[in-house]
Design a protein around this ligand. Structure first.
Ligand SMILES: [Zn+2]
Length: 272
């Protein structure tokens, strides 16, 4: 019995030590002005479906979406191909619906990143809602090109506005989208496209150039190059199938300044 009490006391002491060291660390950080929260101010519009809270080096994002369309509750053509499929472990080999893939593609912005020199943790929570302010997401059955509208992200972009449209089968003229379920494309391609279109909703422009053939059909996309002539690594470029540090920097910059972010310039944290 006595041994048990000692063990419990030791455990409590250990927990207290961890809590005390952790809060000391946080205090030191804020005194030095070293967290993202000290650098960036984000004022959420109360009507916006995207609500952002920066707490130290944590970015908590809540996205409220209204998912509709005749393809939303259809089962995707799940093709489990092991390691290539980043969501294989989540869906356990069962076919997710397109609605689940939409939720997965937005949540895929979660993770740890280096943002303006800080190690930052992004936690995206997606809530389905019928609220008129919820972000509209339409999943149509059939062929089409996924898009965020207004079609082009421009100076007119307003944080938290727009809508996203997806198709259960990709545009056959745009093979790089890879959402052609009829060809057995893995559903992580659909998730990738969702993450990309939400990049537009988060204020990011495209980071690729479309290449057209003589008939005016888009045959491929070429990522923009960075200062070293290498393809820009971004969910917006097609060069990588994941959200990158730079994408999160641009998202933070877009929502703190209210200005959309172009890959042809450095992220503008404080606007112009
Ligand atoms: Zn795009």
């Amino acid at each position: 019995m006595f041994k048990k009490i000692i063990a419990v006391s030791a455990l409590i002491a250990a927990i207290l030590l961890v809590v005390v060291s952790f809060s000391t660390l946080q205090d030191t950080d804020s005194i030095r002005g070293e967290t993202l929260e000290d650098l960036v101010q984000i004022t959420n519009s109360p009507d916006s479906p995207v609500q952002i809270d920066i707490d130290g080096n944590h970015i908590n994002v809540e996205v409220s979406v209204n998912i509709s369309g005749d393809g939303a509750d259809k089962d995707s053509r799940w093709k489990s191909n092991g390691a290539q499929n980043m969501f294989a472990s989540i869906f356990m080999g069962a076919a997710p619906t397109y609605r689940e893939l939409v939720l997965g593609g937005i949540t895929a912005w979660s993770g740890d990143y280096i943002v303006f020199g800080k190690i930052v943790f992004v936690n995206v929570v997606v809530v389905e809602s019928d609220d008129p302010n919820a972000f509209p997401v339409i999943v149509m059955e059939g062929f089409g090109t996924a898009k965020y509208t207004p079609e082009t992200v421009t100076e007119d972009w307003v944080p938290g506005t727009g809508r996203a449209t997806f198709y259960t089968c990709g545009d056959p003229n745009a093979p790089s989208l890879g959402t052609d379920a009829a060809k057995g494309a893995p559903t992580d391609a659909f998730i990738y496209v969702v993450s990309h279109e939400f990049g537009h909703a988060f204020g990011l422009g495209d980071a690729y150039e479309p290449v057209y053939d003589n008939d005016g059909d888009r045959v491929e996309t070429v990522p923009y190059s960075d200062a070293n002539g290498l393809p820009i690594k971004s969910i917006m470029s097609g060069a990588v199938g994941a959200v990158t540090d730079r994408d999160v920097e641009m998202f933070v910059a877009a929502y703190s300044t209210g200005d959309w972010q172009s890959f042809q310039s450095e992220p503008l944290l404080f606007g112009e």
